[in-house]
Design a protein around this ligand. Structure first.
Ligand code: MN
Ligand code: MN
Length: 465
């Protein structure tokens, strides 16, 4: 070996793809942007995923278990309308599955249970933020309202306001610089407080009769509007699940259109890749599974999260349908599984290089990024992947021309993060974090490279197949 070949050479995706792949990459990005616009919440994402699964011949688990399940069968599980599992059945389930696990919940603002009030001639909604947001990023952008609310007749009303060009949008105020002297002295994290994230939803009192005009007429007009349009009354908010998200659509970024700005790349960039990948899997030797879950951003708790037993139960149901259920079979199937924990990681940011260690930071455009470990302060809370498994993954990627890189989330002791990796590792499965590098993570609008998004999908497909 020439000593020159001993050194690792890294070239970007852009430097390695041909004309066909360049075209494919942009077409994939268009489909992904469409998903981002259509599926802004975990519920909408689940609806999209289930619809696509049905279109591609997947049948529901409830339907599938009515008869024996065989190789090549395609099955989906819709878990509470907030998470999903898609299976393409292989030969011997006990020998384990190849699983790609991603999440579809996104940091955002949720409405409180008593949200509506009137102050200083405006009607507002109180919020409680969900997941890790930087509060100062949410004022003065255009917002949309999505969610589910039951009216007094018990009908489920699905709200989606602020997405259509003819819809109104909503807004959170910030201070003008002229009067910002005191605010400017505060630390960045304290400049806007959680209780200041109140969403303007109205201002007029036109048509409210004089008798009511001195008792919050603007709030009354909003309630009148909500009743006439959606049949809901104030009390209904107490049991509603409503989210406030940016109304911005996903858009190409750059003169060369090489990047995408959008809300919720974390982790819908991996979830969409996961979906397209599983839809293209045919007759795998090992059962292929796309797991797409909720509640990752608040610690994977609750019955739509990775920590709930819905996946394990689905595996048990599949054994049961074939008349060979036993606890040990389920345990073996999980223990013998191999998992890509599909979540985003940070890319080197030209304006904030100080938080990363350049040699071990993922770079935009260098492909899907593997994180052997995540965690904080000495890998705390991390699934630290085994070298033996990483070697297997490297071989698969080599065989399928996957362009990949490694990436640590920040330099040592800078901070850190976690994913759902540790949960599947608890079963004994081999797990490694593998996802798209990105910039401005958890901001209302985030940035990814089309090259990385495309390579992420290609890597999941290779792994699942
Ligand atoms: Mn994530
Ligand atoms: Mn996140």
């Amino acid at each position: 070996m020439d000593y020159k070949d001993l050194e690792m050479k890294k070239k970007s995706v852009w430097q390695q793809i041909d004309q066909n792949e360049f075209k494919e990459l942009h077409e994939y990005s268009d489909r992904y942007k469409n998903f981002l616009d259509e599926a802004k919440t975990e519920r909408e994402a689940t609806t999209y995923i289930v619809r696509e699964a049905q279109k591609h011949g997947f049948v529901s688990l409830e339907e599938a278990i009515k008869s024996p399940i065989k190789k090549g069968d395609k099955i989906y599980l819709n878990n509470k309308g907030k998470s999903a599992a898609l299976f393409v059945i292989g030969e011997n389930l006990e020998e384990g599955m190849n699983i790609v696990g991603s999440h579809i919940d996104v940091p955002r603002l949720d409405l409180k249970q008593n949200p509506l009030y009137e102050d200083s001639e405006l009607a507002l909604l109180k919020t409680h933020y969900y997941g890790g947001i930087r509060k100062y990023q949410w004022p003065t952008i255009q917002l949309a309202i999505h969610g589910v609310i039951y009216n007094q007749k018990g009908e489920k009303i699905e709200l989606r306001i602020g997405e259509d060009d003819s819809d109104p949008v909503f807004f959170i105020n910030d201070l003008l610089p002229h009067l910002g002297a005191d605010q400017n002295q505060k630390k960045l994290g304290e400049g806007i407080e959680g209780e200041q994230l109140n969403v303007v939803v109205g201002h007029s009192s036109f048509g409210i009769d004089e008798e009511n005009a001195d008792k919050s007429p603007i709030k009354k007009l909003i309630l009148k509007y909500l009743y006439e349009k959606y049949g809901i009354i104030e009390e209904d908010f107490q049991i509603a699940e409503i989210e406030v998200v940016p109304s911005a659509k996903a858009r190409d970024v750059g003169f060369d259109r090489s990047l995408i700005a959008g809300h919720g790349h974390d982790d819908r960039v991996c979830s969409y890749a996961n979906l397209e990948a599983i839809l293209e899997v045919e007759n795998p030797q090992r059962t292929a599974v796309a797991l797409i879950v909720d509640k990752e951003e608040i610690g994977s708790v609750g019955n739509a999260s990775m920590s709930s037993h819905f996946f394990e139960d689905a595996v048990a149901e599949i054994f049961n349908a074939n008349g060979n259920y036993s606890e040990i079979s389920v345990r073996r199937a999980l223990r013998n599984s191999k998992v890509l924990s599909a979540d985003v990681t940070v890319a080197l940011d030209p304006d904030h290089k100080e938080v990363s260690e350049p040699l071990n930071s993922a770079k935009m455009g260098y492909g899907v990024a593997m994180a052997k470990y995540t965690g904080v302060r000495g890998k705390g809370g991390s699934n630290d992947a085994n070298a033996e498994f990483l070697q297997e993954v490297r071989e698969i990627f080599k065989k399928h021309n996957i362009i990949w890189q490694t990436g640590e989330l920040g330099k040592v002791d800078q901070g850190g993060g976690g994913t759902i990796a540790y949960i599947l590792a608890e079963y004994g499965a081999e797990v490694v974090d593998m996802g798209t590098p990105m910039l401005s993570m958890h901001a209302p609008v985030e940035l990814v490279s089309k090259a990385d998004a495309y390579m992420t999908k290609k890597s999941y497909k290779a792994f699942l197949s």
